[in-house]
Design a protein around this ligand. Sequence first.
Ligand SMILES: Nc1nc2c(c(=O)[nH]1)N[C@@H](CN(C=O)c1ccc(C(=O)N[C@@H](CCC(=O)O)C(=O)O)cc1)CN2
Ligand SMILES: [Mg+2]
Length: 281
Amino acid sequence: MFKLISGKAIAQKRQENLRLEVENLNANGVTPSLRVVLVGNSGPSEIYVRNKARRAKELGLDFNLIRFDETVSEKELIEFIDSLNHDKTVDAILVQLPLPQHINEEKVVQTVSPNKDVDGFSPINFGYLWQNNPNIIPSTAGGIMTLLEESDITTTAKHVVIVGRSNIVGRPLGALMLNSDATVTMAHSKTKDLKSITKQADILISAVGKAHFITADMVKKGATVIDVGMNRDENDRLVGDVDFDDVSSVAGAMTPVPGGVGPMTILTLMEQTIEIAKKRV
Ligand SMILES: Nc1nc2c(c(=O)[nH]1)N[C@@H](CN(C=O)c1ccc(C(=O)N[C@@H](CCC(=O)O)C(=O)O)cc1)CN2
Ligand SMILES: [Mg+2]
């Protein structure tokens, strides 16, 4: 039987509990605070940041978006982030990616204090994650683990194939899957005979950024397929990496785009902002 995994519904359900946690914190004089730094005004980043702002406001968080022109210098950006690091009223800092070409993304990510790094992108938090001692973890990867858990899809001893090795999704998800006792294969653009590998997956995750990349012939019957892609098709519709109509004829469970992984990314960001703020109680 085929199951559609709705990230939107799971995120909505968990957000109810988060509201109660925020009320509890408020009763202790704490309002979790999140600062999002956005450089330039690319269409997709604007949408993602707007979604973050909406959820934060629904939860009653202290949310602030700080915008910089896309010509901002690396030095100015780094100095600003450092001022947030030292601001005692700020729990969590997020720099929306990607950044313009002239700014070194690694340097900026390394500037965010590991204690406020709600994206879990700093080398310290990445290191903790790979040592199976996670602190703050990247939101998309964390959201996917929650999505599976809430859908009663276990990872122990499963063969998980992740296509894509980005720092935002593929690599941290590889660590989380390994930590949760899956057998993990990380595939990427240099992988030979990708289809022979994806066909072995009990859980197949695609984070490639190419519409219609995963087709039914690449999927084992009954497999769970998680689609992280956010692409525009030839009709300018938002689609994932997975050819949904084709793959749903063989998969056992699948996430849609939109309404799958995206809402879970934002939920996890809210959960982690609240977790960081709890340390103030
Ligand atoms: N600093 C960060 N930058 C980026 C991250 C990140 O986790 N931290 N991840 C992605 C973008 N991303 C979060 O920022 C993100 C992507 C998608 C969604 C989302 O809600 N998607 C919706 C559809 C939205 C639409 O209509 O286009 C869905 O899937 O239903 C939220 C966040 C890159 N940058
Ligand atoms: Mg993300």
